[in-house]
Design a protein around this ligand. Structure first.
Ligand code: ZN
Length: 347
């Protein structure tokens, strides 16, 4: 299996995130991608290839132009406003703030823009953020192109991750939704039915939002119950899509402490739904923060469970693009990610 990788991700290297009431060093760090790449090479998974450049068009096929411009210009505006440390929001337009019928306006102030586009204060923007984010999307798109032209499976080693980013918002360490961009690119290159399976510990809220009113891209997410876990406000089982998209989104929330036997049942339900959809291609949002020693998560999957996860994904028998998402037990991240890929190849 080819791995697509770019060193450009190093340009996203924040100093702080707001976590449990403290400003702490970010959990989402460059070392995450390095250790996965090292494991890919050590296990001889296959060739490591550099991304091609597909430009902004496939990004704008799922993201709002004003939002993308904000990501491109944010750091420059932040510096112009006299700040030099990481750009973080500190004020949000919660529902109910505005009178009924009054549309939300984007402020001219960079602080207002940050609150407008961010969902949390855990996702720092620094000088190199756009550069890294743009490259991460190209890594996903290059994997997409390889699968669309005949590879059975490709691993897009994206960083920063993407699944919390929506049409016009970022957060949860994510800026552009790499998996959604790739899924749309599959549609635009001729696939009629696509599925995105999100196995990150956290609900793939951005992916859900982007495709919520569509029937052509089935979205499924296995994740910690939002009653207990980030992103808290959605990811419930009764969110099933809307309009023509009704029935084309599936949330499988699981409780803290979930181990493989319960996780496997949820995976079986997801695989069944993917096959029912008649998907022609599968995009996997590959988060490894379900691991028992992940520092910000509370599932209990073990190293060897990821081999089984890969086998389950292979049982869909579809061309598959793996897109790297979360996972913060950094020392174990390479083993766990590559175990899924090895399990897939054996499956
Ligand atoms: Zn996650």
């Amino acid at each position: 299996m080819h791995t697509v990788y770019s060193d450009e991700h190093h340009h996203q290297d924040g100093n702080v995130e707001l976590f449990e009431g403290k400003m702490v060093k970010p959990h989402e760090i460059p070392r995450r991608a390095e250790i996965v790449l090292e494991r890919v090479k050590a296990e001889k998974l296959g060739d490591v290839v550099a991304p091609r450049e597909f430009g902004l068009d496939p990004i704008l096929a799922v993201h709002d132009r004003g939002f993308v411009t904000f990501l491109q210009e944010c750091w420059g505006d932040w510096v112009k406003s006299g700040r030099t440390f990481d750009a973080l929001p500190h004020v949000w337009p919660v529902p109910g703030l505005l009178p009924a019928g009054k549309a939300r306006q984007v402020s001219d102030s960079i602080d207002g823009k940050l609150g407008h586009y961010a969902i949390d204060a855990g996702t720092p923007i620094v000088a190199g953020t756009w550069r890294a984010v743009h490259a991460s999307a190209q890594v996903a798109l290059t994997g997409q192109r390889l699968v669309a032209t005949g590879e059975r499976a490709v691993f897009s080693l994206c960083r920063p991750p993407g699944h919390h980013a929506g049409h016009d918002f970022y957060g949860g360490y994510c800026f552009l939704n790499n998996a959604a961009i790739a899924a749309q690119a599959f549609r635009d290159s001729g696939a009629k039915r696509v599925a995105i399976l999100d196995v990150d510990y956290h609900h793939g809220n951005g992916t859900q939002q982007i495709f919520y009113e569509r029937a052509d891209v089935l979205t499924l997410s296995l994740h910690a119950d939002p009653k207990q876990e980030f992103p808290y406000f959605l990811g419930h089982a009764d969110e099933r899509g809307h309009g023509v998209g009704e029935g084309y989104h599936m949330n499988l929330p699981l409780p803290w402490g979930t181990e493989w036997p319960e996780y496997e049942l949820a995976m079986d339900a997801a695989v069944k739904r993917i096959l029912l959809h008649g998907a022609e291609v599968l995009v996997v949002s590959l988060g490894l923060d379900t691991f028992e020693h992940d520092p910000i998560s509370r599932f209990k999957l073990q190293h060897e469970d990821y081999l089984r996860m890969g086998e389950k994904i292979a049982s869909c028998d579809l061309p598959t693009l793996f897109v790297m998402e979360g996972g913060y037990a950094v020392d174990a991240l390479g083993v766990n990610a590559v175990n899924v890929l090895k399990g897939f190849e054996a499956g």
